[in-house]
Every structure is written in structure tokens, then in C-alpha cells.
Design a protein around this ligand. Sequence first.
Ligand code: GLY
Length: 341
Amino acid sequence: MRTLTTIFTYSFVLLLVACQPTEQSNNTNPETKEWSIALHGGAGAVSKDMPEERQQAYMESLEEALTIGAEILENGGSALDAIEKTVNYLEDNELYNAGKGAVFTSEGTNELDAAIMDGSNLNAGAVTGVTTVKNPISLARKVMTESRHVFFAAEGAETFADQVDVERVDPEYFYTESRYRSLQRALEREKQESSNLLETPEEKAWKYGTVGAVAKDKDGNLAAATSTGGMTNKKFGRVGDVPIIGSGTYANDQVAVSATGWGEKIMLSVSAHTLAAHYKYEGNDLKASMNYLVNEVLNPGDAGFIAVDKYGVFSMRTNTGSMFRAAIDSEGNKDVGIWED
Ligand code: GLY
């Protein structure tokens, strides 16, 4: 009788073990939000002394960008549409270093990078060094959907743009006086070792600035998009982290990530994919994965990130002091801000 009881107990325990999920999961999984979106407009070390009206202009534009994406998601639109249209708005707004408002290369040109990734099928599209495409993120999306390749560079990207329906502009369109002055100051600093031409607080934000958006839609699909002018005074043919899938941009069926900051550091740590891998294998806890990336993988001053996970939880973190950012989910949880709290 005793043997029978022991066998029964062991069988019951084995059955319980067999029924456990094989994927590591957080015991306190959050309730899934119907949809969620987060965006950034660059990370840096913006001074809190920024003039009030300038702050207001940033805050208003972040709100407007957020509303564009949130409305698409609320109406049942796809995560891809939401992030593309959100990024288009930021690309068209010269407050940000992407599209109109992009920083200048050392040669006085504007060379734009962008990438988009569809987490539902792991497809992606990217472009680097484009000079005549008004909204590089839309070209990146066409690379994803209308070519059999993932990444087009410079003249090749322009040739591809000739073959698809994207708005083209004269390179002059990207000229803005403030960014051009920043280039002149950067060139001057480079010439004089003891230059007293310090970077202005906003130059610090544009220096490696970027725009990006990540979202989860009502169908549960995740997507990420990032677009940038790169860094002021970048040299001949420099490619940053943004169009490198897994570095500045990544999405799968678990999490979508977009980076901003010092591209070389982001690339060397394959940041966006590192976050996704940590999330998948270390317990599906977005906050913990973000902490790991921002505090343990990267050094203070390197970069900021936005991410949305499969539960619709959003996270926005930087180790640079400030990041223009905004996020909202279907339950009305919302965060719009500039500085780290
Ligand atoms: N993170 C933008 C760049 O470094 O190009």
C-alpha cells in the first residue's frame, strides 16, 4: 500500500513538472494591453536651462507625433503603419535630427540612415547615405516589402528609390541654418585643440540624435523604426547604428526596440538585439532587460532606448541625462518627457 502511495505521489509530481511551460516566463506577467506605442527624438545631455518656449515646442511635437501613432493603433491599424507615420512626422519636423533637420557631414552634405523591422515575420528594410529621399523610413519600408534584399547603401539606395513610389527632394531641402552652424563649430573645434567653442546643450542632443518609434498593435504584432541624419561632422561614408539590424533597430514576436545615441557604442554592443535576447532568455521582464542594457552593457553617456514588449508594456530609458520621448498604451498609461527623472 505504501509503495502504491509513493508511486502515485511521484507520478503526480512528474505530471506537474511536465506541464510547466518550456519558455522562461515572469510569474507576474502584466495584463496585456491592446496596443502600445513609444517614440524618441534623440538622446543627449540637454540642459534644463533650455528656454521655456523651446521646451514647449519639443513637448508639443512629441505629443503630436504620439497622437498620430496612437490613433492608427486605436483604429485597428498595424504597428508598421503606426511607427512609419509617427517617424514621418518626426522626419518632417526640423527640431529633430532626421529628414528635415538632419545634421551635416564633414563635407557639408546630409546623408540619411533608416531602418524598419516587422516583428511578426522578422523581415526588415534599411537604407544608408540617402540624400534625396524626403522620408527615409518610408524607403526602408519599401526595401522590406518590395525588394528581395534588406539593406541598400548610398547610390544603390537612390537607384532603388527611383524604382518605387517615395517622395524625392533636392538635397537642399535638408538644409537648416542651425545644423549648418553646428557643423561649422564642430569643424572649428576639430582645428583648434584648445577651442573655446563648446557644444551648445542642443548640439549635444543632435550630435548623435535620432528619431524612432516602436509599437504593438491589436493583432499582437510588434514593429520598430529608426531614422537619422547620423552625427554632426561624420566622415566620408560613415554608417551609424540605425540601419544595422540588431544594433539601432530590432523587433521580433517578443519585443521591439529603437536606439538613439552614440552609434559606434550602440553598434559594438549590438544593443537592440542584446535587449531582445535578454528579454527572451532572462524572464520576460522589460524593465530588467532595459536596466541590463543601459547600466551594465553600455557606459554612462552612451545611449537611450525605447521598447515595447508582447504584453504592450513600454519602457524608455537613457544613460545620457535626457531623451526626447513619449509613450502611451490602450489603457491610457502615458509618459512624455525630456529629462531623466
Ligand atoms: N545613433 C545615430 C548615429 O550614431 O548615427
